[in-house]
Write a protein that binds this ligand. Structure first.
Ligand code: GSF
Length: 206
């Protein structure tokens, strides 16, 4: 018996936001099941052995993860609003943008987790190492974006979605990182992205 497709995730994860944005930009219907993997009674491990969100559950009950696989799946199942180029070379450029933006989120999320530990157990060197990745990643994104409208030029695509999720996550969890001052072009592109209802509807809350 097939049921509606489901997305399992939290309202703050930048990786979950990336999937929500792609589904919204492509008018894909699904049920959003809010489940925070850190919560005591989470069901996430029942759908993803890695215990991470997002997890996409297909009509036949099969789970998909991680966010990059889910995004590629969504882009394939609906002809509307493609977010990934079909041609190999431009496609790789977009995937590298996604890897850079996701990597900034990975590093930032590790620092966010480390800060939840008792102060005596927090490793300053580890957090500094991760924040160096965040800062270097921001500089690379700013350099690569330059003065273009979107990451890969004149067309909005997954690169911009991934970039927006990273910037929105930093704004939400790390207000002390002043990327808007350090990189005015990133500030402009995020404001441009936030003019889209899909971005406003998926901004981190909580
Ligand atoms: C990363 C997902 C992830 O780290 C993806 O989907 O792209 N490569 C994966 N999710 C975090 C929440 S958050 O920081 O976005 C997660 O589910 N962590 C739970 C855990 O046990 O690590």
């Amino acid at each position: 018996m097939s049921s509606k497709m489901k997305l399992i995730g939290s309202l703050t994860s930048p990786f979950v936001r990336k999937v929500r944005l792609v589904a919204a930009e492509k008018y894909i219907e699904y049920e959003f099941v809010v489940d925070v993997p850190w919560d005591e009674g989470t069901h996430v491990p029942d759908f993803n052995p890695l215990g991470k969100v997002p997890v996409w559950v297909q009509e036949d009950g099969k789970s998909l993860y991680d966010s990059r696989v889910i995004v590629e799946y969504l882009d394939n199942i609906s002809p509307a609003g493609h977010v990934l180029p079909k041609e190999p070379r431009p496609r790789i450029v977009v995937r590298r943008w996604e890897a850079l933006a996701d990597g900034v989120c990975d590093a930032a999320a590790l620092v966010h987790l480390e800060k939840k530990r008792p102060p005596a157990q927090q490793n300053a060197d580890w957090m500094r190492r991760q924040m160096d990745k965040v800062r270097a990643g921001l500089k690379c994104m700013s350099d690569d974006l330059g003065q273009q409208t979107w990451c890969t030029g004149e067309i909005f695509c997954l690169a911009d979605i991934a970039l927006g999720c990273a910037l929105g996550y930093l704004e939400f969890r790390f207000p002390d990182i002043d990327w808007r001052r350090d990189h005015p072009n990133l500030s402009e592109v995020y404001d441009r992205l936030m003019q889209r209802p899909t971005f406003r509807d998926t901004a981190p809350v909580g």
